[in-house]
Design a protein. Structure first.
Lengths: 292, 286
């Protein structure tokens, strides 16, 4: 029998093709690597930490239509939420945000579900609020709040200047973590953290007027009257007091003038009243306080 | 007649490309995909009802852009793979390739002619959808601004230039995909095999970013292993480079320099895959 060492033509062609492609890949490194780095630095790196994250980004393979796909995944997560299926809801929320991280709606509602709703589900699953010891309930609240806050931290990487993310974080600290604190000092710390987050929200572009009011309100509740007063005094001159207010400095466009709705939302009169109340609490004499 | 007896001719290449283009636009598949894609883009406004984002403003424009681009990418990829394979195999199956290549025509002219014809068809498709998407976004931007003059104060407006760049990059990506399909067709026996392989290659190229990251995470125990892993990660082009759509409407905006580099990357791969397709096709017996 005669053996031949000659390789089939198709194999040789295939080898040449693979070799040339590999060489091309190497040769194009100086062009490709900066592009890869630039894309990676501009956007968070692909999240391969969990199966749902990897699956979600794998669905981006064909590009586009992500918003629509993510909507349907979110809808499924909402159905799981209705049936209080904790794991499936979290998985669905993670998948929806992995497919389309640009939708703030998914992040904000997802964080609420994780931090606020799910702790109730867990307490119910362990026997209900009357049966489960308070300490255990607080522990569950803290665990779920941490999950929601971590979800919002992830959202912040995609939406670094969205005030709503900071507002939601502040809300979780105020509503969920403060009552779940072990002692008074812990509760106060949560209140101050919430106030700090409302302040951060107020510094983002397009932030609503009420962020500073909430910040001041929480500071006052924590006994930090001076900080509350300073925050309100600082914001007051920028609030629109009337639809034709010439001193309205908050919005960087001249026309059109502030609308009726914006004037109502700003609640300049209410802010002024709070300033005067704080002056009384701080012992500032009439006439020595803030002059608009 | 030996085709090498005559020099390579761009005129003959463009003649083949022209005929391929005409053949392609007469196909029902092309018209069907164009109609579907146009209907989808034109109806994007109604599909917004399925979106959870608020009406008006940045989220709505982002949804419309994403939806329109999705239609372009999905149907464009389908058109590129199926049309390229079909146009190539129609010549082989109808025996017209035999007649053509019996004349003093280079196989390189045939391959590049087929490519240019198919790419032109995809170009028409992209131009049509890009124009439609631009009109849709322009119309909605105007309507949103009329309702709320401050809607785009903090960014989020999608510029027509950005739309053109993003869609243009997709067209270049389709060029690479068409050449890859031609490379597969140059040795494949059936149209179906080429089409299926074309879709596989599309998925692989889109997953290159993940593959690259996964490979770089592997702690190679030796230099040789590391080299092998790195080489494997570089065999296919990375199609994620062409997805610059996420930068549109952001504060940073689209970087034209980056887009140019991605375009150069695509053209380099088109040439390399082209030469490989010619190399493979030269050895094929028709």
């Amino acid at each position: 029998m005669k053996f031949s060492l000659t390789l089939p033509r198709s194999f040789r062609t295939g080898t040449v093709v693979v070799a040339v492609l590999a060489a091309t890949g190497w040769a194009l490194r100086p062009l490709a690597e900066p592009i890869r780095e630039e894309l990676r630095s501009a956007e968070p790196a692909p999240r391969l930490g969990s199966l749902s994250d990897a699956l979600g980004q794998g669905m981006n393979v064909l590009g586009g239509l992500r918003a629509m796909l993510a909507d349907f995944i979110y809808l499924k997560a909402c159905l799981d939420w209705e049936d209080t299926r904790l794991d499936q809801t979290i998985a669905g929320l993670r998948l929806a945000t992995a497919v389309d991280p640009s939708s703030l709606y998914f992040w904000l509602n997802g964080a609420s579900m994780m931090a606020l709703d799910m702790s109730n589900w867990r307490v119910d699953a362990e026997g209900g609020a009357y049966k489960v010891p308070k300490a255990r309930q607080r522990q569950i609240d803290r665990e779920q709040a941490a999950l929601g806050l971590a979800f919002l931290e992830e959202a912040r990487r995609f939406h670094p200047r969205a005030p709503t993310i900071y507002e939601k974080m502040a809300f979780i600290h105020h509503i969920r973590l403060r009552p779940a604190a072990e002692d008074e000092a812990g509760a106060n710390a949560e209140l101050l953290r919430a106030a700090e987050l409302y302040h951060l929200a107020s510094t983002q572009p397009g932030a609503p007027f009420y962020d500073v009011r909430l910040q001041a309100s929480l500071l006052k509740e924590a006994g930090h009257f001076r900080e509350a007063y300073d925050a309100l005094v600082k914001i007051y001159p920028t609030l629109p007091k009337a639809p034709d207010d010439p001193g309205y400095a908050r919005r960087p466009i001249k026309n059109p003038p502030p609308s009726e709705n914006e004037v109502m939302a700003a609640q300049a009169g209410d802010v002024f009243g709070r300033i005067r109340d704080l002056e009384k609490q701080l012992g500032i004499a009439p006439g020595q306080g803030f002059q608009p | 007649m030996n085709s090498m007896a005559v020099p390579f001719s761009f005129a003959r290449t463009s003649l083949i490309a022209g005929n391929t283009f005409l053949e392609a636009v007469r196909q029902r598949l092309f018209l069907f995909l164009v109609l579907l894609a146009v209907a989808l883009v034109a109806g994007a406004r109604f599909f917004h009802e399925f979106d959870f984002g608020p009406d008006g403003g940045v989220p709505e424009l982002k949804f419309l852009f994403d939806f329109g681009l999705g239609a372009l990418i999905f149907f464009g990829s389908t058109l590129t793979i199926t049309a390229t394979a079909q146009l190539f195999f129609s010549e082989i199956e109808n025996r017209t390739a035999l007649t053509l290549l019996a004349k003093p025509v280079w196989r390189a002219e045939f391959v590049f002619g087929k490519f240019l014809g198919a790419w032109a068809v995809v170009g028409v498709f992209c131009a049509l959808l890009t124009g439609l998407l631009a009109v849709l976004l322009w119309f909605r931007t105007g309507a949103i601004l009329a309702a709320n003059p401050g809607a785009f104060l903090h960014g989020g407006r999608i510029g027509l230039g950005d739309i053109a760049i993003v869609c243009g990059l997709q067209w270049l990506k389709f060029g690479v995909l068409a050449m890859m399909t031609l490379l597969v067709s140059s040795f494949s026996g059936t149209n179906l095999f080429s089409v299926v392989m074309g879709f596989f290659v599309l998925v692989i190229c889109h997953l290159q970013a993940f593959a690259h990251q996964a490979y770089t995470r592997v702690e190679a125990s030796s230099v040789a292993l590391g080299l092998m892993i790195e080489t494997l990660a570089r065999v296919f082009p990375d199609f994620q480079f062409f997805n610059l759509a996420d930068k549109v409407g952001t504060e940073a905006g689209l970087d034209a320099g980056l887009a140019l580099r991605v375009a150069a990357y695509a053209l380099a791969y088109i040439l390399v895959f082209g030469f490989l397709a010619v190399f493979s096709f030269r050895r094929r017996e028709i």
